[in-house]
Design a protein around this ligand. Structure first.
Ligand code: WTA
Length: 653
């Protein structure tokens, strides 16, 4: 198999297991028998899960796979996603239940009940309609973690418009390319956002992004930081002026089960991000089901907190859709985990008695670095399930999480999935599985995932290869926005004969047949759980006038999983490869893509290692980036290149 994230091989020697307590198992939402039911009749199993939702018209067929890889789930069914996430809970008498305990970074708070959420979503839906947004239109949303972000998403869903949420940290260039690709009619943003105690502009970036953007008719601006922002006459409207004036009555229309719900862009192996398309019935079924069984969520009792940002798929599926469909009471926190102090998360858990906490390994490792004494100061006894997502979690971090946050009792569920899968695919069930630190273990009931070799043949226990999904699943992506060919090529061509979905991750079975994820096998890096393609960063570097050529690798990093290391050749007249030049290039990448893509390190080199066919050998560059002995150089067109690079670096050039 091709290159895997290095540094993870020690995972495979891990052999501790933690079975659920009898007490937990006795009250768990799912039992071991679910696996058999899922296998025995997959479609019947999913039909049962779809009953978690309120359908306006029931489906006539569970799955239509006749036009594979374009799936149709719950064919003929009609439902309104926002109604399922909000109204039906109010109708069932839970209007007074808090849906969102919102905590602002400066310390302001808001509790929003389901009845209030229904009013807010209806008003926002009416507001969008008043601007001429109709079903099928695209609305781009660039907002920080404020309630309006969730309200805006649900308002789109309510009227059948597709949202395309763009992470607040993305640059104007990145926002613009996403707005253009989806031809968004409306953009929703805020005046500014709080970040580490300071107000940072949002609207100014959006203005820069939208200069000349032809599809955009209106920009809705939420007031958050109160700073002065120029409003463009005829285009820009304040949220509070537009939305607050609307009626809180809006009758949700039922849409087809396959009606598009949203587009979410994610990095691929080329520079251009892919607009991953999700639809309604299947997506909501699987997000609701997984949120229920993986977190053992009990509506009205649990207090749930997923620390993701709505700019990523985890925020879509496990803050907005799955949890709200399940009548969650959840914490939504606006800010960074160390503002104003490093115990902020634990303080919030203590204050709201959070019982289910879902976060990312990179943050767990950061907490470890900050010290055990910090969580120890808080009462975390309300926690009963701990989740992890975004990258492989190393056993050390897993054990720390269980011991220091979960009091050595709370089950840790390591959940593997992707923007494309829409919902969790591989994970332990907290009341059923004896968990193993570092392994996501097995596909959930109703899901099938296997590890195959180059030829698409399943590897035996103990063997490694590629992770594939060999059976369709309800929340699977329905395509790449505007690019069916790329959809087939990216996910379905690698194992076309078998009809398997190629996930792009390396994986291995242990001797019990449990799955261990080993990182990406393509040119996608995983930095703090965020997917960034090497090509994207390379293109950004090459767009700088001083750069002739660039090659980027993900080097293993103790905190962020991988760190971005770039090798650049400067143009002839730009001989100065000093600190200032490097700093300038790092900032240039942040400006082009966003601060998350800023290289950890940039090395100025005289040459890049290439094969005879001109392909850059990233494996060798990774050896340099990770201070390892340089590997086999025999396939290089010029085998002396690595000596040149090493010599240049040693002499500090
Ligand atoms: C990685 C995030 C190991 C993987 C939900 C995948 C993981 C990519 C895990 C998707 C996990 C996510 N163990 N690796 N539990 N969860 N990944 O689209 O490489 O942002 O392909 O979705 O993250 O990232 P995405």
């Amino acid at each position: 198999m091709t290159e895997q994230s290095p540094g993870l091989s020690n995972l495979l020697t891990e052999n501790r297991t933690f079975p659920p307590s009898d007490e937990f198992a006795a009250q768990a939402n799912a039992t071991a028998e679910w696996y058999q039911r899922g296998d025995a009749d997959r479609e019947a199993f999913w039909a049962e899960q779809a009953e978690r939702l309120s359908w306006d018209t029931k489906w006539t067929q569970v799955l239509d796979w006749s036009n594979a890889p374009f799936a149709k789930w719950f064919v003929g069914g009609k439902l309104n996603v926002a109604y399922n996430c909000v109204d039906r809970h109010v109708e069932a008498g839970h209007g007074e239940q808090v849906a969102i305990h919102w905590v602002g970074e400066p310390g302001d708070t808001r509790d929003i009940t389901y009845a209030q959420l229904k009013d807010e979503v209806s008003k926002a839906a009416n507001a969008l309609l008043s601007l001429g947004v109709t079903a099928g239109d695209r609305v781009a949303i660039q907002l920080q973690m404020i309630p309006e972000a969730i309200v805006a998403m649900l308002a789109c869903a309510r009227i059948g418009a597709l949202h395309s949420v763009v992470f607040g940290g993305f640059s104007p260039t990145a926002l613009r390319s996403r707005v253009d690709d989806a031809a968004a009619k409306v953009v929703i943003t805020s005046d500014g956002q709080y970040r580490r105690g300071k107000a940072a502009p949002m609207k100014a970036n959006v203005d820069q992004a939208l200069d000349g953007a032809e599809s955009v008719e209106k920009v809705i601006v939420v007031r958050r930081t109160g700073e002065d922002v120029p409003m463009s006459e005829g285009r820009d409207v304040w949220w509070h002026e537009l939305v607050d004036a609307q009626s809180p009555e809006h009758k949700p229309e039922a849409f087809d089960s396959e009606h598009p719900l949203f587009i979410l862009y994610t990095s691929g192996t080329t520079g251009k991000p892919k607009g991953i398309l999700h639809t309604s019935g299947g997506y909501l079924t699987q997000t609701a089901y997984t949120h229920n069984v993986v977190f053992d969520h009990k509506p009205g009792k649990d207090v749930y907190w997923c620390t993701a940002d709505i700019g990523w798929v985890t925020g879509h599926s496990y803050i907005v859709y799955g949890p709200l469909a399940n009548r969650v009471t959840q914490v939504v926190y606006e800010g960074t985990p160390n503002t104003p102090h490093e115990g902020r998360h634990w303080e919030i858990i203590q204050n709201y008695k959070v019982s289910i906490y879902y976060t990312a390994p990179t943050l767990i490792r950061t907490f470890m670095k900050w010290g055990d004494d910090i969580p120890a100061k808080y009462d975390l006894s309300s926690l009963r399930v701990l989740g992890s997502v975004g990258e492989p979690i190393n056993p050390e971090a897993w054990i720390w999480y269980r011991e220091h946050i979960g009091a050595g009792k709370a089950p840790v569920v390591d959940t593997w999935w992707q923007t494309e899968t829409g919902a969790i695919m591989i994970s332990p069930l907290p009341g059923v599985t004896a968990t193993k630190p570092g392994s996501a273990q097995t596909a959930l009931p109703g899901i099938s995932a296997i590890v195959v070799d180059d030829a698409g043949k399943e590897v035996p226990a103990g063997g490694g290869g590629y992770l594939v999904l060999d059976k369709p699943w309800p929340s699977m992506l329905r395509g790449i926005w505007g690019d069916d060919e790329r959809f087939r090529e990216t996910y379905w061509s690698r194992f076309a004969d078998q009809g398997y979905y190629f996930a792009g991750d390396g994986a291995k079975y242990d001797n019990d047949g449990d799955i261990w994820l080993l990182g990406r096998v393509d040119d996608v890096m995983n930095v703090s759980g965020h997917r960034i393609s090497t090509t994207e960063v390379e293109s950004a570097l090459v767009s700088h006038p001083t750069v002739a050529e660039a090659a980027v690798v993900g080097a293993s990093d103790p905190t962020t999983g991988q760190g971005i290391v770039a090798f650049v050749i400067l143009r002839g007249n730009a001989v100065d490869g000093g600190d200032a030049a490097v700093q300038e290039l790092r900032n240039h990448v942040a400006k082009e893509i966003g601060p998350i893509a800023k290289p950890r390190q940039i090395m100025v080199v005289p040459e890049l290692p290439k094969t005879r066919s001109g392909k850059i050998m990233r494996r060798l560059l990774r050896d340099v980036a990770e201070n390892r002995q340089i590997g086999d150089v025999t396939t290089l067109a010029d085998s002396s290149v690595m000596d040149l690079i090493s010599a240049g670096l040693q002499s500090g050039k």
